[in-house]
Design a protein around this ligand. Sequence first.
Ligand SMILES: Nc1ncnc2c1ncn2[C@@H]1O[C@H](COP(=O)(O)OP(=O)(O)OP(=O)(O)O)[C@@H](O)[C@H]1O
Ligand SMILES: Cc1cn([C@H]2C[C@H](O)[C@@H](COP(=O)(O)O)O2)c(=O)[nH]c1=O
Length: 211
Amino acid sequence: MGILVAIEGLDGAGKRTIVGRIHDAATARGARTTTFTFPRYGESITADLASEALHGEHGDLPDSVYGMAVMFALDRAAAGPALQAACGDHDLVLCDRYVASNAAYSAARLGEPIGASPVVDWVTGLEFGRFRLPTPDHQLLLGVPPEVAMTRASGRAATDADRPVDHYERDADLQSAVYRAYSDLAATGWMSPWSHAADDAAVAAVIDLLR
Ligand SMILES: Nc1ncnc2c1ncn2[C@@H]1O[C@H](COP(=O)(O)OP(=O)(O)OP(=O)(O)O)[C@@H](O)[C@H]1O
Ligand SMILES: Cc1cn([C@H]2C[C@H](O)[C@@H](COP(=O)(O)O)O2)c(=O)[nH]c1=O
């Protein structure tokens, strides 16, 4: 059975970039490695509806914290069997965003503190309980602060017409609150041990798990 490692962080933090580096480093060490990216845009109707909502469609759906979280959770639920299978025949399964994204963004949007957050308890029960998603063996919070992540996200939007900033990415207060929520999830070891690191240290934190 391989290990499931979730990579978490803000919009534009560089998760995709770091996941690629971890994937390459693990593969070079001979570890059978695969990556899932959530939301699964283009593969999952609920992921696409959530994205459209974050770009101004579907009426008041984006205003609903629980509604948005259900869309993201249903996307992961549909990938559950593939995730379980991947853990069976790989040494390392990487998730670029996983259930902690729903916990951090939902708690931040509602202003609920980690440790006493009804929405985090609800996400936990829905996704790990009802949907039986596998619990991560480790979670990495990519330690890139909001100011840096927002600059990267807007830089990417300026050069890639397919990636305009969305409702969450435009909101500096939300990004700061999400970073605090993630930091508290990591500090309290929510659902697994966590690392909180950036750049080479982030890659090393995951590769060290393979030793
Ligand atoms: N270490 C880095 N230094 C500078 N720029 C970076 C770094 N890592 C990534 N970037 C750039 O920042 C932007 C966002 O990176 P990336 O797409 O990997 O982030 P992400 O966290 O996956 O974003 P999102 O969650 O919004 O999809 C990209 O333009 C990328 O080239
Ligand atoms: C998977 C997931 C994502 N979100 C949030 C995080 C982002 O702001 C958007 C879209 O994700 P992307 O990585 O920028 O494409 O949705 C969330 O709140 N809950 C989730 O489970």
